[in-house]
Design a protein around this ligand. Structure first.
Ligand code: URA
Length: 210
């Protein structure tokens, strides 16, 4: 079931994640840790980007130097919590194009409702990295990927901080072609769709709204 899932077990990622999980961690520290961790995750999610070479001149000689090939990749933040991951990833890949998918979770049905959608042009020619810290039920992630595919995206990866087994299963059923990269596969969802042990509401913790 987990063959499309990559868990980034790097010690720095795991240490920072444990600090983020602690309920006493302040908003400022949570945000800073998220920024740092998202850069480490971005390193993993871009590991197999296609390369080409460019003829350059160093102060010593001419050489064929490796550079990224193809169109600029597209980062798509699933609002609002996705923005926390987006900032750090953008620091590492500053020339990436950026899109936004606005979905909120109906607290009763746990189903996603769309309120915003704006993505870069030529989605079919780009690697698209959808970012959302929490892969919980998978409902909003699946809906977001549906929208990205409708916009032409063919090569999509999903980057999150925590994943629940339920969300991973749902994503695999709906979008088996979309690899998932995460810092942790947690134990389960609780009865209201929160990840356990988790870190609480990612949006509230990064924006200080509770
Ligand atoms: N969204 C969150 O912010 N936290 C969860 O645990 C699940 C969904």
């Amino acid at each position: 079931m987990y063959d499309h899932l990559t868990i980034v077990n790097h010690p720095l990622v795991q240490h920072k994640l444990s600090l983020m999980r602690e309920k006493e961690t302040s908003t400022a520290v949570f945000r800073q840790l998220l920024r740092e961790i998202s850069q480490l995750l971005a390193y993993e999610v871009t590991r197999e980007l296609p390369m080409t070479t460019k003829n350059i001149e160093t102060p010593m000689v001419k050489m064929d130097a490796p550079v990224l090939a193809g169109k600029k990749l597209a980062l798509v933040s699933i609002l609002r919590a996705g923005n926390g991951l987006l900032d750090g990833v953008l620091e590492l890949i500053p020339s990436a194009r950026v899109g936004f998918v606005g979905l909120y979770r109906d607290e009763k049905t746990l189903k996603p409702v769309q309120y915003y959608f704006k993505v870069p042009e030529a989605m079919g020619d780009r690697l698209v990295i959808a970012v959302d810290p929490m892969l919980a039920t998978g409902n909003s992630s699946v809906a977001a990927i549906d929208l990205l595919k409708s916009a032409g995206a063919k090569n999509i990866r999903f980057l999150c901080l925590l994943a629940a087994p339920e969300g991973v299963k749902r994503m695999k059923e709906a979008h088996p072609d979309v690899p998932i990269i995460t810092a942790s596969l947690d134990e389960k969802l609780n009865e209201v769709g929160y990840i356990v042990p988790g870190l609480g509401d990612a949006g509230d913790r990064m924006f200080g709204t509770k």
